[in-house]
Design a protein around this ligand. Sequence first.
Ligand SMILES: NC(=O)c1ccc[n+]([C@@H]2O[C@H](COP(=O)([O-])OP(=O)(O)OC[C@H]3O[C@@H](n4cnc5c(N)ncnc54)[C@H](O)[C@@H]3O)[C@@H](O)[C@H]2O)c1
Ligand SMILES: N[C@H](C(=O)O)[C@H](O)COP(=O)(O)O
Length: 366
Amino acid sequence: MKHDPAGPPLPLALTMGEPAGIGLEITLKAWHHFATSYTPGAHHFFLIDDPVRVARALRHLGSPIRMSTIGTPAEAGNAFKKTLPVLPLEMDPLPADTAVGFGKPSVATAEAVILSIRQAVKLALDGKVAGIVTNPIQKKTLIDSGFAFSGHTEYLGDLTKDVALPSEGLVRGPVMLLASDTLRVAPVTVHTPLAKVSQELTTQRIADVAIVVAQALVRDFGVSSPRLAVSGLNPHAGEGGALGLEDQHIIVPAIAWLREHGVDAFGPLPADTMFHEEARAQYHAAITMYHDQGLIPIKTIAFHSASNITLGLPIIRTSPDHGTGLDIAGRNIARPDSLIASIRMANLMAARRQAYDASLTSGSSS
Ligand SMILES: NC(=O)c1ccc[n+]([C@@H]2O[C@H](COP(=O)([O-])OP(=O)(O)OC[C@H]3O[C@@H](n4cnc5c(N)ncnc54)[C@H](O)[C@@H]3O)[C@@H](O)[C@H]2O)c1
Ligand SMILES: N[C@H](C(=O)O)[C@H](O)COP(=O)(O)O
């Protein structure tokens, strides 16, 4: 049966993430945060994981929280008030000796971690969940097991590449956006080694990322006239060509193209001076040329409140901005704040997207 947009919200699907990391611990804390005020029909979520592993991990953590195994996403609502609902992975239970090894990731669990993401994506594409919220993965462990992607962003782009976006004018990602109350940043190259960044940067790629971000600002964030700050690549944005040529040869034409196509973009800006408070007030999102250029500022000012969002997909995906926290896993000290922010963000995006897309269909959007 199709979901009634006027009815109660669909649940979110949380993926298990790296089982040796802090994913389950922050999921339990996030569940506690939302469940205490939960009333039937309100926002809720479930975890896609191995229930046997979860039960064992709960004992290991000495957690008073109880879990319940559900058979379908629709059962999550009834379970949520008193228990963390867990939808089982569609595979055999994980071997006991690999199920809880906090701090010690193993390729033995890689298949489960990847399957959890695939199941979540399928539920989102099938309209059974409002979106997916991914717990952090240990990329090297997955890659060592044969995983061909350098992160969720790239994997989600591949899993959904054949599914049409809901409207023809939308530009496809995947594009990584990290968002907090005070800063949004989108790196053009994502998990690219620094030595290859310059080769991968093209005018077209910068323009495509900027357009996906501009569209999302309108559709998902309610910004009616998005303004984008585009960073340079080199020190001082190339210092007029004296410190590198990409800024003038690749980035300037991208900004010109964007402006010709109605996107209010400006730059290239020296990356070291575009993130202080007064500079941030001039734009709705920063487009940076590589991962650390944008992620260092946002993780510095908003490590516990930012979300990592994948734009340009036919589904909603958010994630905490931090990683697997192997150094603190199993000690019950991990903060759930970024996961809580990501759950809120996914629910907010789902509501805004639904309203925006409906307004397009009814012809009332400006
Ligand atoms: N969404 C994702 O899947 C995602 C995101 C970022 C990093 N990663 C992966 O995570 C792994 C570890 O990365 P890292 O060590 O660079 O970053 P990290 O975020 O895991 O850890 C950095 C520091 O922050 C602390 N920290 C992280 N989360 C915390 C929390 N919730 N509460 C309190 N302290 C917290 C850690 O203890 C550590 O000291 C890598 O494999 C990386 O690729 C995955
Ligand atoms: N680049 C992200 C970060 O540092 O926060 C992280 O590696 C997660 O990337 P994916 O969402 O692609 O897994």
